[in-house]
Ligand binder design. Sequence first.
Ligand code: B12
Length: 207
Amino acid sequence: MLTAITEAVRDGNTYDIAELVQSGLDAGAKPLDMLKAMTDGLDQCGKKFESGEYFLPELLMASDTFTNGMQVLEPHLGQAALGQAGKVLLGTVAGDVHDIGKNLVGFLLKSAGFEVIDIGTDNSTERIVAAVKEHQPDVLGLSALLTTTMLGMGDVIKALDSAGLRKTKVIIGGGPVSARFAEQIKADAYASDAVEGIRKIRELIGR
Ligand code: B12
């Protein structure tokens, strides 16, 4: 059944995914295992895209399928008391519309009791700084999936510095970024995946 879920996401089967996830839940499969199965599907789709077997429409279908599956799965990922763990603002940087990884981080943070403010994708530096000023989050989580857009993360950190807003800690994530890059742009932390992200965010907040 987990394999069927992985294949449905990989092949962009938007119609059957909700039913597959629901029957997995009914059969007693663990929600986190099903989340992993769906993420594996995206990974496999990405590999096929890289090797030239799949093209952009297949990527879009896979991402829609993931989102449809998440609608069924999310309520089952567990919910701790909202906001108790801290406040996190999430956003993808300018020029970048990838949001699946960021959304996954958001889902897990909410399940772990964080208040999450998600400002979506393709955010200009000015918009991110304004949101930090408005919401005063404990942590700002920035996402970028393109080697071109990741450079915008450094701009955001410089702008936060100039605006005196570095009480908010900054964590970065996304395919092309690394711990070394985080150090270069003076981010407070880097995480390679959502689970590590939650752990690092907890460390940053120190609760
Ligand atoms: C799905 C996808 C798309 C979808 C995005 C849909 C959506 N709503 O997100 C669509 C079709 C729109 C798309 C478009 C493009 N894409 Co694309 N896409 C992908 C793909 C296949 C999967 C990305 C994904 O969702 N992965 C699954 C998630 C769960 O993983 P993740 O994002 O890495 O996130 C995890 C971690 O990185 C981390 N994380 C991520 N963000 C954050 C943030 C914080 C705070 C923390 C703590 C952690 C964290 O935690 C997450 C969960 O564990 C990747 C290939 C790949 N294997 O990554 C290419 C890929 C990213 N895309 C690529 C490209 C080139 C493009 C396009 C330029 C293609 C084109 N020619 O038009 C456009 C650009 C559009 C734009 N302006 O942004 C390249 C990037 C190359 C590069 N290094 O720059 C990749 C790597 C494919 C490839 N090998 O060529 N894409």
